[in-house]
Design a protein. Structure first.
Length: 335
């Protein structure tokens, strides 16, 4: 059939790709319009948090999704960036809006220093070490004199109305989410993306064929840490008060991993799906259950996805597309 021919052709795949691009552009335009006309502080704040987690999850996705390195320490670099901006404000009076790139640089340096030894580990050993490092950094920040320990650091409020503040961070995090998603999309289709996938599938084989696995992992980790640090620097101004336990909360790392796994790790669309789903479900569960029960529920969800739905939502979509493509190619032509 003629329709079958077009469904299986490269032209059809190109058309579907452009339809996907058009869909995401329409979503972005709708979100921009809502940010301009929306007046409900709760919705603006919630969506701003969703955008912030999309950025963090996309950053995690670079090494965790494409490279297959399960990192439970993303909050370490998020918190490093937050404290870098807070310290620069507290001692030098510099606004976090100006120092966010410096916060990202501080987090990237920390990522390199931590990643040089830890990225030689693999599997569960790497995941466990990233968790331990998070708690170690939390204790370090608690005891350093210039972080003011448990007293924390207060930031200066922005001279805007509550609605103006929420809109400001809404657009900041929305812009970052769009930019970082575009970056991850580009990485996925670059030599670096293919190298990371090769590392995920078989790191030893990747080394044999010439992939510089250690260097690729260091670079990917530094990029992810820089992004997390920038987000942390802006978060410091948004929340206006930092203290070690909240800033380096393990829940932030856990949420990031959950969002990537549920949406689809190793796909640029995964965080766009996983972040809103996890946050909405978490808000719903928070009304009924304690935080410990919430963690248990999400842990069960992750186990179920790992066993029965590998690749998350995007994994299901990719398998469905492959199945349809096979059916179309196998269908007999009719005149």
């Amino acid at each position: 059939m003629l329709s079958v021919f077009f469904l299986g052709s490269g032209e059809s795949r190109g058309w579907r790709r452009w339809m996907g691009v058009a869909f995401w552009i329409a979503v972005l335009v709708a979100l921009v319009l809502y940010g301009l006309i929306g007046t409900r502080l709760f919705y603006l704040s919630t969506l701003g948090t969703v955008f912030m987690y999309i950025v963090l999850t996309q950053a995690w996705n670079i090494l965790g999704g494409y490279g297959g390195y399960l990192n439970f320490g993303m909050v370490t670099f998020f918190g490093t960036g937050a404290y870098a901006s807070a310290i620069l404000f507290h001692y030098f009076g510099l606004s976090p809006f100006l120092t966010a790139p410096l916060a990202g640089l501080a987090a990237a340096i920390a990522g390199l220093l931590i990643g040089i030894p830890t990225l030689r580990l693999r599997g569960a050993y790497f995941a466990l070490v990233t968790m331990i490092i998070t708690f170690a950094v939390q204790i370090l920040v608690l005891n350093l004199p210039w972080t003011q320990g448990a007293l924390g650091i207060y930031m200066q409020p922005i001279g805007l109305t509550p609605l103006g503040v929420e809109r400001l961070f809404y657009f900041l995090f929305l812009g970052l989410a769009a930019a970082v998603t575009a970056l991850v999309y580009a990485i996925e289709r670059s030599n670096m993306g293919w190298a990371l996938v090769a590392i995920r599938e078989d790191e030893d084989a990747a080394e044999i064929v010439g992939v510089k696995t250690i260097e690729v992992k260091w670079i990917a980790n530094a990029i992810a840490c820089f992004i997390a640090g920038v987000v942390g620097g802006l978060y410091a101004q948004r929340i206006m008060y930092l203290e070690p336990f909240g800033t380096f909360s393990f829940d932030i790392s856990l949420n990031t991993v959950l969002m990537a796994v549920i949406g689809g790790a190793g796909a640029w669309q995964g965080p766009l799906i996983g972040a809103p789903v996890v946050l909405l479900v978490a808000d719903t569960l928070r009304v009924t259950f304690t935080s410990e029960v919430n963690r248990a529920i999400f842990s069960i969800v992750v186990i179920v996805i790992a066993l029965f739905v590998p690749g998350g939502v995007m994994g299901l979509i990719h398998r469905w597309r492959r199945k349809k493509r096979v059916e179309v190619n196998a269908a007999p032509e009719k005149n």
